[in-house]
Unconditional design. Structure first.
Length: 385
């Protein structure tokens, strides 16, 4: 569904980079409909046959990863495997990142970009609940505790090492990352007292990594065979417990406790929980309620208005918007959206937009009863942070 406006302004395409300020690393943000790092290794009757089979397999793998990213957990289980023709019509373009051809064998890596509207219609047509709203990154501080104080930076920390080895950034709707451990990180997060942190320091840390929030993840090895994971939010006045996980530590082939393997498994478990939680908040379907809200969008100049429009164009929850009036001070805009108002707020927030409710006049009437009412003629205000 195209976003509709009733006038024309020249807009510029903008590439947004999720940079790690001061860290020497950056991540390019991509559409939630892009699937990268699809690797195949296929043998066939000939090199050409192997290549054709590899491309077909890569398309299927890309679609499966996209479905796993967008669909809720129950819907993933119910989704039948579409045939190759159905998948092909959903693909907008692809890139062969690299390939190696040998007699009767093809090895390659692909990236795929799926058609946004066609893919939405495919899932809606099947009656599936899915989310097409990408969230901002979460920064995880992985503390490890074993018979003494917790540790993050010093000594052996297999929990941090596991987070560094498992890709939790590129696959899901919500990118999840861990800090690099540079000098600024060492001074921002406490070493041995994870829940006794400086909130301003963590907020600055999140800002450096372009993260929406900081989550503390404490892995405690209670016994040689039992591991517990506790997650805490840090955006309030005190740490807030989110979720606990427990796992048994398996033995490796030599009969030793394989702590590294269980740590990697638990990273995936925590990551999957974060993705599920986001999808449940932002999921929609063909049966989702269709609503609209009229807002006033103030701006100081044409450039600011263009930036706001560019942001609105990328709000997945908005199916279209109409500009009812426009002058030098702002615009009256009607936003048409699917799903709940809370889903719209989350989607706006990912583009640094928010709706400010108009002033409420409140007080007590002559009989002593409390009243609250919106000032006549005032609309909610859409602002960009």
């Amino acid at each position: 569904m195209m976003k509709i406006v009733q006038f024309f302004l020249l807009t510029l395409g903008v590439t947004i980079w999720l940079g790690l300020a001061g860290a020497g690393v950056s991540y390019a943000s991509t559409s939630v409909f892009d699937v990268k790092n699809v690797e195949v290794d296929i043998s066939g009757e000939s090199t050409v046959n192997a290549r054709d089979k590899a491309f077909a397999k890569a398309r299927r793998m890309a679609f499966e990863r996209l479905a796993e990213r967008l669909l809720t957990e129950d819907e993933i289980k119910a989704l039948p495997q579409p045939d190759d023709a159905e998948i092909s019509v959903l693909i907008n373009n692809f890139e062969i990142v690299h390939e190696n051809l040998a007699p009767n064998r093809y090895v390659g890596e692909f990236s795929f970009s799926f058609k946004e509207n066609a893919t939405r219609q495919f899932f809606e047509g099947g009656g599936y609940r899915f989310s097409d709203i990408g969230g901002k990154a979460i920064l995880v501080l992985p503390y490890f505790q074993e018979g003494g104080p917790a540790r993050l930076w010093s000594g052996e920390n297999p929990w941090l090492e596991a987070w560094q080895r498992v890709d939790t950034y590129s696959e899901g709707l919500v990118p999840v990352m861990v800090p690099l451990g540079d000098v600024q990180d060492l001074s921002s997060a406490p070493e041995s007292t994870p829940l006794n942190y400086d909130q301003d320091a963590l907020l600055n840390m999140a800002e450096r990594y372009k993260a929406e929030a900081v989550v503390i993840a404490i892995a405690t090895l209670n016994t040689e065979t039992e591991l517990s994971i506790d997650l805490y939010r840090t955006d309030g006045f005190a740490p807030a417990h989110i979720k606990s996980f427990k796992a048994s530590v398996p033995e490796n082939e030599q009969g030793e406790m394989d702590i590294k393997q269980i740590m990697r498994n638990e990273v995936r478990e925590v990551y999957a929980f974060m993705q599920r939680n986001w999808k449940e908040q932002t999921a929609t379907s063909a049966y989702a309620q269709k609503s609209s809200i009229s807002v006033f969008v103030p701006f100081s100049d044409l450039g600011e208005w263009v930036r706001i429009r560019n942001a609105l164009d990328n709000v997945a929850a908005i199916s279209e918007y109409d500009v009812a009036s426009l002058d030098q001070n702002g615009a009256d805009v009607k936003l048409n959206y699917s799903g709940s108002y809370e889903r719209l707020m989350l989607a706006l927030g990912q583009q640094a937009l928010y709706i400010e409710q108009p002033n409420i006049q409140a007080g007590y009437d002559a009989s002593g009863s409390y009243y609250a009412m919106q000032a006549a003629g005032q609309k909610p205000i859409l602002r960009k942070q």
